[in-house]
Design a protein around this ligand. Sequence first.
Ligand code: AMP
Length: 249
Amino acid sequence: MKILVPVKRVVDYNVKVRVKPDQSGVDLANVKMSMNPFCEIAVEEAVRMKEKGGVDEIIVVSIGPQQAQETIRTALAMGADRGILIKTDDAVEPLAVAKLLAKVVEEESPELVILGKQAIDDDCNQTGQMLGALLDWPQATFASEVAVANGKANVTREIDGGLQTISVEMPAIITTDLRLNEPRYASLPNIMKAKRKPIDVKAPGDFGVDTAARLKVLKVSEPPKREAGIKVESVAELVDKLKNKEGVI
Ligand code: AMP
């Protein structure tokens, strides 16, 4: 079985992002970038499946600038076998990403595509679902447990009311939730080995996909600063403030 894992290069989750002075977006100059945490979980899950047996190859694919190759190398050091970089300096929206991934799926014929449930830069949470629709494949989103057997994936999903377990026929799309696993750190020998693993470099045009933006960002702004709290002397004063000052009751 082949597994395809799309990985996105995003601002590292430890970075406190700054909005550009003209409010056109987030300032990315000299900011640490890393693999999207949910994509790390997806790579880890694929590698664990391979370690258990029954997986022949894990292919990672990233759509982004030249530096996204580093993100692919990180996945290769974790245990993936080869990479595909679809190189572009443009911001690519989830629909175009899903269209490109659908073309890669056509070429590579994986039985599973494991994506992150969302990328922590734009928080879209759309790509896996759009890819499922484009391919007309079953999808199991927000996975916290995955078991593959007899051409089916049994996936436990984190939903509002608790956990839901579903069974999907493969080929299928899975998106990872936070509690699925704890990704490993790549060891030094594996980092060295990853340098020799192949990465194919392509362009969106090679797949005939138009990546032009469909959305227009009007402005990006910081969340309002939290105001200091106040102490009240009595319940009566609290109720009065909630009723007459804040207007919440
Ligand atoms: P999103 O729908 O943007 O929140 O992203 C969900 C998931 O789709 C990510 O965790 C990745 O697995 C995949 N994805 C999104 N954008 C890209 C990209 N530019 N390159 C590769 N994978 C991506």
